[in-house]
Design a protein around this ligand. Sequence first.
Ligand code: PHE
Length: 349
Amino acid sequence: MIEELKTKLSSLEENYTLKIQSAATLKDLQDLQVAALGRKGELTELLKSLKDLSLEDKKTFGPLSNTLKNKLTALFEEKQIALEAAAVNEELAKTNIDLTLPAYTFDKGRRHPLVIAQKRMVDILSKLGFIWAEGPLIEDEAHNFDALNIPKNHPARDVQDTFFVKNAVKTGFVLRTHTSGVQVRAMQKQKPPIRIIAPGRVFRSDSLDATHSPVFNQIEGLYVDKNVSLADLKRDLTVFMKGLFGNKAEVRFRPSFFPFTEPSVEVDVKCVFCEGKDPSCPVCKGTGWKEMLGAGVVHPNVLKNCGINPEEYSGYAFGMGVERLAMFSLNIKDIRTFYENDVRVLEQF
Ligand code: PHE
């Protein structure tokens, strides 16, 4: 019996090797493959007799038939690739496409400089443990002003400075003038410790010139916990500026005023272009410093307005202009550069 099976194996081998070689189409090849290796294929059937053999015979017939199976599978694959290539070549021969010509290049596009700058800032702040938070661009006056201790007579509440939104149903809405409203939303929503940043667009009724735009971007930062002080603010913002401008960067804190922080500071960075050495430096105008952002210790009234007990918790907040920091770090002189989207300019980043 084993001899008979061996003969069958070799005639199968001879037969299919020939047939595979002469298969003319992919369809023919596929039919052949089914006939040989399919569920009811010839080799498959032959393998079924394995179970009737003695142990001794199984040991010879088993490996023999497996070798043939592998050999045929390889032949089928090889032939398939050859037939496919032939089909492509035949198609190409009918056209006049010259495959030796170089391919067209096309521009994949790239990140906008503002996006690059914002991402660098957000990446550093994320490493400092700040979580991204968001708020609406059309904000109610309560979040944009009242909760932030901004009095009714504050100039920001004048139509000259702020876009007020009126519709038939609701009044008391503005295009948010800063991202500080997100602070309020965060404190209303969660208990301390809170450590968030809120990047996003803000709007002011300014006309467009080299340093002003009615739409620009800010990143707000807020940290509230037990015993947070101005010292924490100074440490974190110094680390941030060094991360952004390099380890040599120097940071200066000047007293300032914001209704929602007390004390308040203005944060300057030593001019990275002249390092404070060039009295005619066009970037820092010879002052040696560039004002970067406003910050301070969260005013107790703001904590109270948001349902946080100022006896128990304290916090710091900062708000910075993405365009301003981007202009300084990328040496862009005109804020309009960011919005005109001249491809020749964008390509440089
Ligand atoms: N909201 C302020 C502005 O837009 C910046 C700021 C934020 C200042 C947080 C202090 C604390 O000018």
